[in-house]
Each structure stands twice: as C-alpha cells, then as structure tokens.
Design a binder for this molecule. Structure first.
Ligand code: GDP
Length: 294
C-alpha cells in the first residue's frame, strides 16, 4: 500500500505546537473513538510532557459503546483524564470544562499557595485531521467565537477564547499527523475517511473493511443490506473459495442487492465498495469500533 504525506506541513504544524506549548497548562487531545490508537500521534506525549492531559474520545455516537468504555479505562490507567464526546451534537462537550479544572487542580492549588488569584487555565486542543477539533471548538464556544486573521493581509494573532471557569482556549488547534506505522493503522484511517481516496485504492479499503465487519459486526452488515443471513453464512463457509474470495462473494451479494450492476449484468465491485465505505463513514452500518483496547 502506498500512502503519501506532506512533511512540509507536518514540520510547520509541529513547530507551531512546540512554540505554544510553554503557554499552556493542559493539552486536550481529541481521538476518534472508533480508532483511539490509530488516530493518535504518539509524538504528542513528548510534546506535552509535563502538561496535564485530557483525552477526548470523540465521535462516540459512531463507536461501539461497550468498547468505548474499555478505551476510557485504558487511557485512565495510563494517567490521562478522559471524557467521551459527540462534538457534532454537543453531547459531553460542555462537561469537559469541569474536567479541565479537575485535571489542573494541582496547578490551581500551587497558585493559591503563592497568593496568585484568577490566573486563567490555558488549554490547547490537538489531534490528527478529521477527528473533530473545529467542530468541538465551535460546540464549546458557540457563536460568540469570532475568528480574526483569516483574510489575506491580516496577520494571524494568537487568540485566546475565554470559556467559563476561567479557562482560556487557544483558538488554533494543533494539527498532528497520523503515524502510518503499519498497514492496519493506515487502513483504519482510510476506513474513517482520514486518508483520502486520491492516495489509496478504495476498493481494496472496502474489501478489508467488509472482511473486518463480517468477522466482528456481521449482523450490522446483514441488517443494513437486508441480506439473507443463511446465504451469507453459506458463502463464508464455502470450502471451495479462498478466504478473500468469500469476502468478495458477500460484496457481490451486497452489490446485487444495491443494484450496483454494470453492462453484461455483472456486479460493479468498485461501486459496491463506494457504497459500503459511504455507509460506514456516515454511520449507516451502525455503531462500530475498529480497534479493541488491549
Ligand atoms: P478537524 O479536522 O479535526 O477540525 O475535524 P472537523 O471538526 O472538521 O470534523 C470532521 C468531520 O467529522 C466533520 O464532518 C464533522 O461534522 C464530523 N464530526 C466531528 N465530531 C463528530 C462527532 O462527535 N460525531 C460525528 N458523527 N461526527 C463528528
């Protein structure tokens, strides 16, 4: 598999984060609850060393609730404060402010002992592209937030957005790049649409996703496409087929049901692949988590 990234942007974004790091007390890191590890860049641990840390498991509305609870425990055990959010609906978003205060209680106590009153807690939001940073900030801040500096010729000033509880949030989120360490990570990012179709073969991605779904969320697939469960079981148990052929057989079945037929009355596998990916990415296949907490 061949994925391409753009080190120029990466270096610039990282430098921005490094420069701002000395200004903040707490790093709020958004991850995609469906792929909590693949959607992290581990460099952030080094970048934000000595800072309070809060992990937001975002897009929980799309993730498997039971597995999300396991991920919450996983990160708590590693010493992070954790919250679950749905930035799109706003669920859990405002509640993160109280968690920020809790995560920074030692700093507040230190300030108090030194006689410093009302120094704001300063926070940065960070995460890889597409995890929901902008949506989260908008949901947290509401319409009151007006950004400046987006017009050409206007120098972008560092802007702090004032929240409740004397918290200030840096208006520019820190963009980290995902770490494409393995095919598994790359595929997870492709399933969720973080890696775009120009750099990856969508049909191959859909094949791998279908394989995963048939192994872990088979009912979600049969329900969504109204497939006959017994037929699917039969296809997957067919000894005459190789493992990959079995998956393609089910994809063909989905294509047939969805009318993805091309000339000659054969199934258009590319079109079927796009249907499956679009359904997954828009949540039509139900709540699915792609990574299991170990
Ligand atoms: P950013 O690149 O991290 O700033 O991500 P965006 O805020 O642009 O969000 C990327 C996409 O994910 C958008 O289509 C959002 O509407 C969507 N999104 C963000 N948060 C959530 C969430 O909690 N649930 C769902 N279902 N979608 C979300």
């Amino acid at each position: 598999m061949d994925f391409q990234w753009y080190p120029g942007h990466m270096t610039k974004a990282k430098r921005m984060m490094q420069e701002n790091m000395k200004l903040i007390d707490i790093m709020i890191e958004l991850v995609d609850a469906r792929i909590p590890l693949s959607s992290r860049n581990p460099d952030i641990d080094q970048l934000a060393a000595n800072k309070s840390r809060l992990i937001l498991l975002n897009k929980t509305d799309m993730a498997d609730e039971r597995v999300t609870a396991q991920w919450e425990e996983y990160f708590k055990e590693k010493g992070f404060y954790v919250a679950r959010t749905n930035a799109r609906s706003g669920k859990g978003v405002k509640g993160t402010q109280a968690i920020v205060m809790d995560a920074c209680k030692e700093k507040l106590e230190r300030d108090r002992k030194r006689g410093i009153k009302n120094r704001p807690i300063r926070a940065m939001i960070a995460g890889i592209p597409n995890v929901g940073k902008s949506t989260f900030i908008n949901s947290l801040v509401g319409k009151a937030c007006t950004k400046t500096g987006n017009k050409p010729g206007v120098t972008k000033q560092k802007q702090w957005i004032r929240l409740a509880n004397n918290i200030e949030l840096l208006d520019t989120p820190g963009v980290l790049w995902p770490k494409l360490g393995s095919d598994e990570v790359s595929l997870n990012l492709a399933y969720t649409g973080t890696i775009k179709s120009e750099v990856i073969d969508e049909t191959e991605v859909a094949y791998n996703l279908t394989k995963f779904l048939l192994e872990n969320y088979r009912e979600n697939v049969t329900e969504r496409y109204k497939l006959n469960q017994e037929d699917v079981e039969e296809m997957l148990a067919n000894d005459e087929l190789e493992e990959n052929e079995k998956v393609v057989e089910v994809m063909n079945y989905i294509g047939r049901v969805r009318g993805a037929v091309q000339r000659g009355n054969t199934i258009d596998l590319d079109k079927t692949a796009r249907i499956i990916l679009t359904d997954f990415r828009s949540g039509n296949l139900g709540r699915i988590t792609l990574e299991i907490a170990k």
